[in-house]
Design a protein around this ligand. Structure first.
Ligand SMILES: *[C@@H]1O[C@H](CO)[C@@H](O)[C@H](O)[C@H]1NC(C)=O
Ligand SMILES: *[C@@H]1O[C@H](CO)[C@@H](O)[C@H](O)[C@H]1NC(C)=O
Ligand SMILES: *[C@@H]1O[C@H](CO)[C@@H](O)[C@H](O)[C@H]1NC(C)=O
Ligand SMILES: *[C@@H]1O[C@H](CO)[C@@H](O)[C@H](O)[C@H]1NC(C)=O
Length: 465
């Protein structure tokens, strides 16, 4: 028994010492091809203040991720060899190769990464579960997380139930639907700028003072100041309107919202009524293409780090009315935040050097989920993969299966803008020294890694059946 373990460890060491050209286990295509979440900025029609709630529907998230994992995945070193190697350090050869790939702009990264994908759910991929193939069979990315991110708001809408009293014209039981033609818009706590022009709004001194005099809330770092654009990214969580440029109020909204690690506070020129040309008159009129403005203080929350590169939303036209933004400040506490512990997994461990992009022969597969940084999607994916592997092995009458004992969850940024959570699965526990991938270039686009964390199962699995 003892000698078996030693032999296994020796084999693992040999394998680690002389790896085949380390495949780059980072799939650019997965990120580029992933659909964006439905919302990457706050909605154009404001909701009243402090009324927005945000929640993640964990059950349907788990169901949709698990439904994707229908093929078994394996690593090329499995079983006792993998367990015995759990304290292995990556060899310098592997580190060198990874160091090189970081500076590579070549298409070799693309081709090796795409070779790890399997779009087929055929029996041939099922049968590869116990093979020692270099690449694992994992279904290609699809966006499952975003559809289950739900935002509910107090925006009123029509109701089929009868009103207790005769409703006012233009309202539903006394509530205004801000989407009706020329309906009054909610909030608008800021000063009405005169003259009522875009130029005067941009030049309004109080807005600049709000932004420049803002105090950074404790725990946060100010990452941009007084810009004329708000943040737009896949990591959008939710927002609220405020009654003033209340930075500490926005910070406490972030502090009380799951996954929030950054916020953007800004001042927006919004229309006083819903701009409409020749609409259906509900009681507010039918023609108001360019109404007078109101001023909203907005606070948007983000499940990623944000900096000035994400401030790309300069406003838009609503009919003939021009929405614009002033005094936009960004605050970030991502570096001071430890993501939540996941059920069944030990507390996360922060990777100082980046992500594990080349987990050698212990790698089982990866998936990318657009949206905020959320290791829970990786935990769900890892558990689904383990249970599929176990099921497939049982069906074949095998004596063992490949369990996922560790995953690395990290946020991927494209040219500084948050894209989503990348999940890498491993059949054994790898040390922090494996995590040295800080990103890679593809042409003029830099895919960067932030918020990299590893999670190990609380009770490691040996994969025996
Ligand atoms: C918005 O900010 C950018 C960058 O500071 C600046 O170049 C541009 O002139 C500003 N636009 C307006 C309308 O103020
Ligand atoms: C800012 O927001 C906080 C928390 O919502 C609130 O307690 C405080 O009164 C607000 N400050 C101002 C000046 O509105
Ligand atoms: C306004 O809408 C009505 C009904 O849709 C249409 O018949 C009419 O031509 C429109 N008028 C203008 C000026 O667009
Ligand atoms: C967070 O840490 C990273 C890595 O050390 C650093 O590059 C980045 O500037 C930090 N971000 C903030 C907002 O301090």
């Amino acid at each position: 028994m003892r000698s078996n373990i030693i032999l296994a460890a020796a084999l693992a060491r040999i394998a680690a010492a002389a790896p085949a050209p380390a495949p780059q286990q980072f799939d650019f295509d997965a990120i580029l091809n992933a659909p964006s979440p439905t919302a990457t900025v706050p909605p154009v029609i404001a909701v009243a203040s402090s009324s927005t709630t945000f929640s993640i529907d964990t059950a349907s998230l788990a169901a949709s991720i698990a439904a994707e994992i229908t093929t078994a995945a394996t690593a090329s070193i499995t079983g006792a060899s993998a367990s015995a190697a759990s304290t292995e350090e990556p060899t310098t050869t592997v580190l060198d190769k990874r160091g090189n790939t970081q500076k590579t702009t070549s298409s070799s990264i693309w081709s090796t990464s795409t070779s790890t994908k399997s779009s087929s759910k055929s029996s041939s991929t099922l049968s590869s579960s116990t093979s020692s193939a270099k690449s694992s069979s994992v279904p290609v990315t699809s966006s499952t997380s975003t559809s289950t991110l739900q935002q509910s708001s107090s925006t009123t809408s029509s109701s089929s139930t009868a009103c207790p009293t005769t409703p006012e014209a233009g309202t539903y039981c006394g509530f205004i639907n801000p989407e009706d033609a020329c309906a009054p818009q909610p909030a608008g706590s800021g000063p009405q700028v005169q003259p009522d022009t875009v130029a005067a709004f941009y030049a309004y001194p109080a807005f600049m003072q709000d932004a420049l005099n803002a105090k950074t809330p404790s725990g946060y770092v100010e990452t941009f100041k007084n810009l004329n654009a708000s943040t737009s990214a896949n990591s959008y969580l939710t927002y609220e309107t405020l009654t003033s440029y209340n930075v500490s109020g926005c910070a406490s909204f972030c502090d009380n919202t799951d996954l929030c690690t950054a916020f953007n506070i800004y001042i927006e020129r919004d229309p006083s009524v819903n701009p409409t040309t020749n609409g259906t008159d509900i009681g507010w009129g039918s023609d108001c293409p360019n109404p007078s403005s109101i001023t909203n203080y907005k606070c948007s929350l983000w499940g990623s780090n944000i900096d000035a590169s994400s401030a790309t939303n300069f406003g838009d036209y609503r009919d003939e009315f021009q929405v614009v933004i002033a005094g936009s400040n960004g605050y970030d506490k991502t570096n001071n935040t430890t993501p939540a512990t996941q059920p069944g997994w030990s507390a996360p461990s922060g990777c100082s050097g980046g992500a594990i992009s080349s987990g050698g022969s212990y790698w089982m597969g990866s998936n990318f989920y657009p949206g905020p940084f959320d290791p829970s999607v990786c935990a769900i994916y890892a558990q689904a993969q383990t249970s599929t592997n176990k099921q497939v092995a049982q069906q074949k009458g095998a004596k063992s299966y490949t369990p996922c004992n560790m995953f690395n969850a990290y946020m991927v940024q494209k040219n500084g803008i948050a894209q989503g959570t990348y999940c890498q699965l491993y059949d054994t526990v790898l040390s922090d020294s494996w995590a040295s991938f800080s990103g890679a270039w593809s042409g003029a686009t830099f895919f960067g890694v932030t918020s990299s964390w590893t999670y190990s199962l609380s009770e490691l699995l040996d994969g025996k059946l």
